[in-house]
Design a binder for this molecule. Structure first.
Ligand SMILES: *[C@@H]1O[C@H](CO)[C@@H](O)[C@H](O)[C@H]1NC(C)=O
Ligand SMILES: *[C@@H]1O[C@H](CO)[C@@H](O)[C@H](O)[C@H]1NC(C)=O
Ligand SMILES: *[C@@H]1O[C@H](CO)[C@@H](O)[C@H](O)[C@H]1NC(C)=O
Ligand SMILES: *[C@@H]1O[C@H](CO)[C@@H](O)[C@H](O)[C@H]1NC(C)=O
Length: 426
């Protein structure tokens, strides 16, 4: 792993054009993930950290990106998509001089409430896919997956804007293939260092062999940091959010309650550094079995928000029926959200030192370092019986190659991905 990392770094620093840099950082991002997986595997899974014999990985990730650009800080002007209209009600007051926490004047519900948070980028509606780069080279995490370009994805029917106006990203369902199965991986062209990102999705990929994620990543992994917002594999029902960093970032405790998080467990321990935690990072598993996979989908999905500010980094999840009106109205008020699902306080992990210049990423991998290694794992919420037992296939990759029909549910249906920001200090 280390030589590869160095190679990627070399590539990243060699390139002078933005394109080369971006490409290099994408490689690094993938590589990072694979390291994390390897580590997780090495640690024997997230749940019982000490049962190394039981290589389980429970990770769930989901996010939706916004497409449209409003306000300052946007460097990729993909135009104001349908989602951008939400911004009209935002920031009617002197938000720029108002402290984030003190602004709300309306009730927690109601579009009339003001918010210091302003839409800066919206990916939604017919323009959803504008402003993203499509990854179409090899999967560094060793998945049985072939990521395809936007044009190829379109002609293969793997991406579309459906009749409801939502963005759909599918996995190829050709019954039997000999190589890797086609899938989609997209990365925002827009970078961000701090702020608020909100994904609204109706459906996330699920099923044995799938490994979907909505996450963000910085340059020169793990130096720029990685934030996994939605992640999991196969039929898991509980999301797992995780950070991976350079040495020095840690949690003060592995008790989620003491971290002001509603998660049921901290997974991977309190050392968030990739190099010294076996790349397990600091993960937190949701207590909500409607936060990922079949539970998420049968409930109409929901909203994930990642808030990155001076006090730390948080991930919030709202089930479809519990989404605050101010989010739907485009005027989010994080101060009214209560406990986040996951929270990594700034105390021993400066959110500006260990995380910077992130891009948001949505992908659906198949097998690979995590879904492949968890193929025989059981006793995980949503996957009480292992995929090996349920499918009768001893390996993930053989199942993926020979059972295209089983990937009918391996799709994202995303209403929007939106970036918000405040002119008050983050
Ligand atoms: C896809 O997402 C998973 C889950 O976060 C990640 O670990 C993996 O590295 C990603 N794969 C690629 C090729 O981006
Ligand atoms: C919010 O603004 C800060 C400061 O300009 C910037 O660094 C960051 O990238 C912005 N974040 C988003 C999500 O727009
Ligand atoms: C948890 O929240 C309380 C109340 O807001 C705050 O005083 C405390 O510092 C927080 N702890 C952490 C670890 O963020
Ligand atoms: C979630 O957990 C509850 C309580 O244990 C259970 O009744 C329900 O079937 C679970 N839902 C899913 C989707 O696993």
């Amino acid at each position: 792993m280390r030589p590869t990392s160095i190679l990627f770094l070399a590539l990243a620093t060699q390139g002078t054009s933005a394109t080369v840099f971006k490409r290099a950082s994408t490689f690094a991002a993938r590589h990072t993930k694979s390291l994390a997986r390897d580590l997780r595997v090495a640690f024997g899974g997230i749940l019982p950290r000490d049962s190394a014999s039981n290589a389980q990985h429970v990770i769930y990730c989901k996010n939706s990106p916004p497409s449209g650009v409003l306000g300052s800080g946007s460097n990729s002007d993909s135009g104001v998509g349908s989602g951008s209209s939400l911004s009209s009600g935002v920031r009617s007051g002197p938000a720029s001089t108002t402290k984030k926490g003190s602004t709300p004047t309306g009730s927690a519900k109601g579009p009339s409430a003001t918010s210091p948070w302003q839409l800066t980028q919206s990916y939604a509606g017919s323009n959803f896919f504008d402003g993203w780069d499509f990854w179409d080279t090899d999967d560094p995490t060793h998945g049985t997956v072939q990521y395809v370009s936007r044009a190829d994805g379109q002609s293969a029917g793997l991406i579309e804007i459906n009749s409801a106006g939502n963005a759909v990203m599918r996995v190829d369902t050709t019954p039997s293939i000999s190589g890797n199965r086609k899938s989609i991986r997209i990365t925002t062209q827009k970078e961000f260092t701090g702020g608020l990102i909100i994904l609204d999705a109706f459906h996330a990929p699920t099923g044995c062999g799938t490994w979907p994620a909505f996450w963000s990543n910085g340059p020169n992994w793990p130096v720029g940091g990685e934030i996994d917002i939605v992640e999991g594999v196969s039929d898991y029902t509980n999301n797992q959010a995780t950070i991976h960093t350079a040495p020095g970032c840690a949690l003060t405790t592995d008790n989620p309650a003491k971290l002001n998080a509603s998660a049921s467990a901290v997974t991977g321990g309190t050392d968030c550094a990739a190099a010294t935690s076996g790349n397990a990072g600091c993960g937190m598993r949701s207590a909500d079995n409607k936060s990922f996979g079949p539970g998420f989908n049968s409930n109409g999905g929901g909203v994930y928000a990642m808030l990155w500010q001076s006090s730390g980094i948080s991930v919030f999840f709202f089930e479809r029926g519990d989404i605050p009106d101010h989010i739907d109205a485009g005027a989010p008020q994080p101060d009214k959200w209560g406990l986040p699902m996951a929270h990594w306080p700034a105390a021993v992990c400066d959110p500006w030192k260990y995380f910077y210049k992130h891009v948001a990423i949505i992908n659906t991998s198949l097998c690979g370092d995590w879904a492949g290694s968890a193929w025989t794992s059981s006793g995980i919420p949503g996957q009480e019986q292992s995929c090996a037992q349920r499918t009768g296939f001893s390996t993930c990759s053989e199942f993926v190659q020979k059972n295209g029909g089983s990937f009918a549910q391996a799709y994202w249906e995303i209403k929007s991905v939106k970036f918000y920001n405040t002119t008050a200090p983050l």
